[in-house]
Design a protein around this ligand. Sequence first.
Ligand code: ADP
Ligand code: ADP
Length: 224
Amino acid sequence: MDAVTKRYPDGTTAVDRLTLEIPDGSITVLVGPSGCGKTTTLRMINRMVEPTEGRVLLDGRDIREAPVNALRRSMGYVIQHAGLFPHRTVVDNIATVPRLNGADKRAARRRALELMERVGLDAAFAKRYPYQLSGGQQQRVGVARALAADPPVLLMDEPFSAVDPIVRKGLQDELLRIQADLGKTVVFVTHDIDEAIKLGDMVAVLREGGRLAQYAPPAQLLSA
Ligand code: ADP
Ligand code: ADP
């Protein structure tokens, strides 16, 4: 992100001249209090939000040069309450993306079952509907669905914040394992500094007004 500013139409400056180089193949965490611009920053990476000023570059190229659909296909997106399709089973939630990409039904199902295993969900859950799962299980489905198209980039917005601490720890460990196995580039938003330190190879600390306060590996963060 090169000197990126986002001002919403009502005049709120959500992100203020943010320059950030997100390394390939590792986890970068955006952390800071509520309202400091984390979600806005994340959404400028997949063009759900357009910057007012500045540029977002992917592999050195302005993301506005490529079609937005291709950009979004290269980025899985996981949000706090999973955002699952309520009327589809777990396996169909995960298989939707491979199906849209042209996989036949059996191949998509096989892929979905593989992904369930990868995110630590028992195959017995395949035929359940989202409302029949615990919060933590729903988040696992959300991660599996985001991985289904095998995107190089995962954008995660407070994915584990709504689950209890023990389940959260399991999800964090799972994410670290998946990221190490698959080598994804992960951009992870949280307001929890402990989670940022645990997960981040790099941590960007934002403060009110959307300014970058620090950007460093966890061991080099200065206590504020
Ligand atoms: P965070 O994710 O850190 O909580 P956000 O990026 O959601 O922060 O919001 C940053 C600031 O921008 C906040 O002051 C928020 O109220 C404001 N904001 C977010 N979305 C909009 C919007 N669509 N219109 C106006 N202001 C917004
Ligand atoms: P959490 O502590 O994450 O909120 P829940 O109390 O929601 O957990 O769920 C506990 C267990 O009960 C989970 O294994 C979940 O899959 C199962 N479960 C929850 N709701 C239903 C349901 N409607 N039908 C079948 N199993 C359910």
